[in-house]
Design a protein around this ligand. Structure first.
Ligand code: G16
Ligand code: MG
Length: 220
């Protein structure tokens, strides 16, 4: 009874939000815009282009296309200096155990991330080979809450949407999974991720028995 388990990257497998924060803050401040942790929350799961558009709107700033591209490249270079220092110790607690269980039980395992740096990050934390399929920001045209990223992953695994389970930390990602008729599992705050089928604070709260049950029952 094969199911597919699709993992978001930032906020689910690793906490790269802290590095996005540092890089966006430096960039925003360099153009005279304040940038807080609360604002960073609003960029979770959001694409790079859309993130810069939001920052510029907060600062009431308009830029030429050329300058816009220049700032995006600057932010990404800065972000990559943090990514390049990542290693296995940054895998969030409980994640490896679930990935190992799924692999042992021959379940489909995919990554579904908005990040164009997803492959680099997986290599840094030594999880690249743990995923049979990787769909990231370089493979999709429509951002979450559009289900494209997850539907694409399911297709590549040849598993029907109804037999997929998605782990997500963002509201937009939960909505994307629900729209695709996949089981949505929120990682984070119950109040924020209330549209999810299940919510856990983190992977240490997810038991192997719970995953086993999902692999055995009819999901939807
Ligand atoms: C991640 C982050 C977002 C980031 C986006 C694009 O998404 O949550 O904050 O803006 O990727 O990242 P990049 O600039 O590396 O292309 P996810 O879907 O993994 O949570
Ligand atoms: Mg995320």
């Amino acid at each position: 009874n094969k199911k597919a388990f699709i993992f978001d990257l930032d906020g689910v497998i690793v906490d790269t939000a802290k590095y996005h924060f540092l890089a966006w803050k430096k960039l925003a401040n360099s153009i005279g815009v304040d940038f807080t942790e609360e604002q960073n929350e609003q960029l979770k799961g959001v694409s790079r282009v859309r993130s810069l558009e939001k920052i510029l709107a907060w600062g009431n700033i308009e830029l030429s296309e050329e300058k816009f591209m220049e700032l995006m490249a600057k932010k990404n270079n800065d972000y990559l200096t943090y990514v390049n220092q990542m290693d296995e110790s940054e895998i969030l607690p409980g994640v490896t155990r679930i990935l190992a269980y799924l692999a042992e039980n021959e379940q489909g395992i995919a990554l579904g991330s908005a990040s164009k740096n997803a492959r680099t990050i997986l290599q840094k934390v030594n999880l690249y080979d743990a995923f049979e399929v990787i769909v990231d920001g370089t493979n999709v045209t429509k951002a979450k809450p559009d289900p494209e990223v997850f539907v694409n992953a399911a297709k590549q695994l040849s598993i029907e949407n109804e037999n997929c389970v998605v782990f997500e930390d963002s509201v937009a990602g939960i909505q994307a999974a629900n729209t695709a008729k996949m089981i949505s599992i929120g990682i984070g705050d119950k109040e924020v991720l209330k549209e999810a089928d299940y919510v856990f604070n983190d992977f240490t709260e997810i038991s192997v028995d719970f995953i086993k049950e999902l692999t055995m029952k009819k999901l939807k």
